[in-house]
Design a protein around this ligand. Structure first.
Ligand SMILES: [Zn+2]
Length: 214
């Protein structure tokens, strides 16, 4: 397995050729107002969010979520690998439709108490920026692909402080890479959309990780 910087992990994902995906070519609606949506989308893009791809093939049900078949298999293998070291990895998010991501974002928007009518003027940019640190808008989430998981650790609330994160991330994410997973939003890279997300991983397969850094 190669050793990769955060920027290199990001390039591996961006350059990976996936099957059963369709590029999202126009941003799905967020609110029911085009001017508001355009402003939020521009803010997201300025932070490094990109329109992603959406799963086109039947997905596999696993641990109360759905994933692309290859990702579902690799998730089970990762979970079994952790279990062999007495750690309980839990799947806390998998594939998401636009409507799911829209609901998550609108929920965050409602929780901040932003008056949405003020959004096009830029008056709410600071609060929107705070939401975009952790929550994507629809069309821009890697969860649309079905190749992305959010992971929890049995008994631990804050993933970054959990032994599961230690297990996954030690030695340049050796255990994650062994099963074909890499950090989705690693530290030590910038302008990638959200802040680094220690809990989110994308499947690229082990073959992509045998090569030199891209
Ligand atoms: Zn996630």
């Amino acid at each position: 397995m190669g050793t990769f910087s955060g920027t290199e992990f990001r390039a591996i994902y961006d350059q990976h050729t996936y099957t059963h995906l369709k590029k999202i070519t126009s941003p799905p609606p967020i609110t029911d107002n085009e001017a508001i949506d355009a402003h939020i989308q521009a803010l997201a893009v300025s932070r490094g969010y990109k329109l992603r791809s959406i799963a086109t093939a039947p997905l596999t049900a696993v641990d109360n979520f759905t994933l692309q078949p290859q990702a579902a298999e690799a998730w089970q293998a990762l979970k079994a690998g952790a279990a062999a070291d007495s750690l309980e990895l839990r799947l806390v998010a998998g594939y998401r439709e636009f409507a799911d991501q829209r609901a998550l974002f609108l929920n965050s928007l409602a929780n901040t108490g932003i008056d949405t009518a003020t959004i096009p003027s830029g008056a709410a940019d600071t609060q929107l920026g705070a939401i975009l640190q952790t929550v994507s808008i629809p069309g821009y989430s890697k969860h649309h692909t079905g190749y992305t998981v959010d992971i929890g650790c049995g008994g631990y609330g804050t993933f970054v402080n959990s032994p599961c994160f230690g297990w996954l991330s030690a030695d340049n994410y050796a255990n994650a890479k062994k099963f074909g997973w890499i950090p989705s939003y690693p530290p030590d890279t910038s302008s990638q959309g959200p802040q680094p997300e220690p809990w989110e991983y994308v499947w690229v397969g082990t073959e992509a990780l045998m090569r030199e850094a891209p």
